[in-house]
Design a protein around this ligand. Sequence first.
Ligand code: PML
Ligand code: MG
Ligand code: MG
Ligand code: MG
Length: 243
Amino acid sequence: MLKACYSIRMRAAERSPELGEKHISGGERIGSKSQVEPIVKQLLKKASNHSRGDADFIQITVEKIAHDQIQYISPLEVTTVEEASIEKARSEARKILTSLGVSEHALDVAFHQLSSNQNLRGAIILNSKTGLRLDERGQKGVRVSRIDWQDADGDLNERVGEALALASKVANSPFTIAELCWSDDPDYVTGYVSNRGIGYVRITPLKRDGCESGGRVYFVSDEVELESFINYLESVPVLIRRD
Ligand code: PML
Ligand code: MG
Ligand code: MG
Ligand code: MG
């Protein structure tokens, strides 16, 4: 008989006079019963000592998932582009996204959102042509959940491994045209553009050091079935494995 698996997810926040609740950190893991305790410890550690602030609320949810619900997918290929300035890096990101069919207007909306939003817990979903925001989640956004590597992620550091797993799940949906992300952490200026054709293209620097605005934008096709897309991102358990 197949053993049970657990989804373990974390979200941490800080009370803030300006923002009400300030998003500090989130984390997504999947593990067997014996891995739950070390994973909870790892997520607690991730939520504490965070560059975005001192979490005064940490929620960790542990939930059993059935083995036969898990989908297995391959990670996107990783490449890295280093540019001499933020302007050049953003212009490279725009060039790649344009070549994938994202309109100028949708790019303007996406860059504006990620440059001005300091408190996004999950992603923003945009129509890749009209630039219209399709989810109605506000600051909560849509958070990719129930995702992890099946075994070790190779030589990646924790941040890159997590971001690559999330991006690989997103890119695997037939509704995804592309993704744009840069971190909301003030001490991390690298971001990426991704889709199933180009892979995971890391681009640096996409913002200035010290800046806390960032997040994720998913550009989707006109054919998107929004409810099923969001359900896939949030609820379908996915393990990433190298073939
Ligand atoms: C994050 O900090 O949560 C997002 C990181 C995105 C880029 C990770 C990388 O360097 O590939
Ligand atoms: Mg985070
Ligand atoms: Mg790792
Ligand atoms: Mg962050």
